[in-house]
Design a protein around this ligand. Structure first.
Ligand code: THU
Length: 137
């Protein structure tokens, strides 16, 4: 699975985004160590706080299908039908949620298109993250 293919999955699932309040549509594609892709879109709610981001939607799908180890996630977002010129970065809650499973080495692919993207690590987005290892000692 190339970065481009993963980004394509994120772009496709973004069409399913349910964002009638913000009109900001996000798609995410999470790649498991076993090579499977789990996609997710954001889903908003009239009560606002139950909103689920695309990244956590993808994570919930993957974990509930038995996957717990991931190598990369591609994220694409923007207002209405357009893709934002500013990279859509995962919110703080999603950084923490992903840290639980990918740790600092998870590659986070911030994309504007298949050929216009920047890859960072989750450790860069969430330095000194708190994870399962912290509870061991
Ligand atoms: N959102 C995501 O799904 N992922 C991100 O990385 C940033 C924000 C969603 C939440 C909300 O539905 C909308 O985008 C505007 O914040």
């Amino acid at each position: 699975m190339t970065d481009q293919e993963l980004i394509r999955c994120a772009i496709q699932v973004r069409h399913r985004s349910y964002a009638p309040y913000s009109h900001f549509h996000v798609g995410a594609a999470l790649l498991s160590k076993s090579g499977k892709v789990f996609t997710g879109c954001n889903l908003e709610n009239a009560a606002f706080s139950p909103t689920i981001c695309a990244e956590r939607a993808a994570l919930a799908k993957a974990v509930s299908e038995g996957e717990r180890e991931f190598t990369a996630i591609a994220i694409v977002g923007g207002k209405n039908q357009s893709i934002s010129p500013i990279f859509t970065t995962p919110c703080g809650v999603c950084r923490q949620a992903l840290y639980e499973f990918g740790g600092a080495t998870l590659r986070v692919i911030l994309a504007r298109s298949e050929d216009d993207y920047q890859a960072v690590t989750l450790g860069e987005l969430l330095p000194l993250g708190f994870g399962p290892a912290n509870l061991e000692k």
